[in-house]
Design a protein around this ligand. Structure first.
Ligand SMILES: Cc1cc2nc3c(=O)[nH]c(=O)nc-3n(C[C@H](O)[C@H](O)[C@H](O)COP(=O)(O)O)c2cc1C
Length: 362
């Protein structure tokens, strides 16, 4: 499929920033940037993943996908597995508590040609944890060696894991898990610096992440609360981690993977104005239409992202209200055009003190 072009001005700006990326190697896998898009359920679908790669993310991960859903041939789950042929740096993330079921599903997932297959070991959601999946896997670590071994033996692409620091403050065991993962040939570990008990409260513990990065043998990807370009830039410069993952930060600022590459001498003000946001929305609209056939699915996917992208621009609260009244795609795009194109030369200023999305699956 042919992707529509951005204006020359926007594309030049993107290219200039992309040229500042540092490519990296995580185990046997290479990426064009040290900044990767973290998995997000209901968000990291092909349209959003492709858009984030266009806007500088070095690689992406799918939302978490149930191994049982795959093995039971659930249509919705199989749809979630789909990877667009334009996606070259994608990992598929699976969740499930049973190693045989996991290995079987991983073989199916591999048919989509992902760059890696990732085990979700961080999801704190009760429904997932109650069955022994997600962050519950961090509780009984003696079962992990055979688990990793079984899945790894079933697939040809690298196996990776995404974890939290531990189950709770009394049981911080990411270091032990890293050790087991290393023994079993897992390619890298991504860590969200909270415990399961914390869910999304408090702050991601970067002191711990940096300590772990210094004390691991496997490549480590650090994650958590990297929401502002200047903060990401500072972390990139100082970190012992091999790479960083960004989740929520790119919802309010889809240009974060690029804006974080500014020099310290630069201001870290937003570099992109409303009309450029609208160009990005038009591309997302194209990807969404190519991915989903149902108008309802297109609308639901697109509208929430457009509303998040507006965060920090003047009048965004009023715009949000109007957007949720628009019932058709046409209305949605017309409203978005009117709003973003009408922003003129104003740049966004996000209020980072406001709590933004305090639940998720990892
Ligand atoms: C809406 C939402 C959905 C998420 N879904 C997943 C998921 O499917 N798999 C996963 O490993 N982590 C998931 N996460 C966790 C993120 O990948 C990330 O670890 C966490 O949000 C902390 O990073 P951040 O501060 O950059 O958002 C999700 C987070 C959010 C907010």
């Amino acid at each position: 499929m042919q992707t529509s072009e951005f204006s020359t001005q926007l594309q030049n700006k993107i290219n200039e920033l992309k040229a500042r990326r540092t490519s990296m190697q995580l185990g046997s896998v290479s990426f064009d940037s040290k900044l990767l898009l973290a998995p997000m359920a209901g968000i990291c679908t092909p349209p959003f993943r492709m858009l984030m790669e266009d806007l500088g993310a070095g690689g992406t991960v799918s939302e978490l996908i149930s191994v049982h859903g795959i093995n039971y041939d659930n249509k919705k789950t199989h749809d979630m597995l789909k990877v667009d042929e334009r996606e070259k740096n994608i990992g598929i993330q699976l969740f499930g508590e049973d190693p045989d079921a996991f290995a079987k599903a991983a073989i199916v997932a591999q048919r989509q040609n992902p760059k890696f297959i990732d085990i979700n070991m961080g999801c704190p959601v009760r429904k997932v944890v109650a069955k022994g999946g997600g962050s519950a896997m961090m509780k009984e670590i003696e079962t992990l060696g055979p688990f990793f071994r079984k899945v790894k033996a079933a697939i040809d692409v690298p196996l990776t894991i995404k974890i939290r620091m531990g189950w709770d403050a009394e049981d911080i065991n990411a270091d032990k898990i890293e050790h087991i993962a290393k023994e079993e040939g897992v390619e890298w570990v991504a860590i969200h610096g909270r415990t399961r008990a914390q869910q999304y409260t408090g702050l991601s513990n970067w002191e711990y992440i940096e300590w772990l990065a210094q004390n691991t043998k496997l490549p480590l990807i650090g994650n958590g609360d990297l929401h502002q370009p200047h903060q990401v830039a500072k972390r990139l410069k100082q970190t012992n981690c091999d790479a960083l993952m960004i989740a929520r930060g790119c919802l309010r600022n889809p240009f974060i993977f690029l804006e974080s590459l500014q020099d310290e001498s630069e201001t870290y003000n937003s570099l992109f104005k409303g009309s450029e946001y609208f160009e990005v929305i038009e591309r997302l609209y194209q990807y969404t239409n190519e991915t989903y056939t149902q108008e309802r699915a297109r609308l639901v996917q697109l509208r929430k992202l457009i509303v998040w992208f507006a965060a920090g621009f003047p009048g965004c609260a009023k715009f949000r209200g109007e957007m949720f009244k628009s019932k058709t795609l046409e209305d949605t795009m017309n409203n978005a055009q009117k709003y973003f194109m009408g922003l003129g030369d104003s740049y966004k200023k996000i209020n980072y003190d406001e709590i933004f999305m305090s639940s998720g699956h990892g």
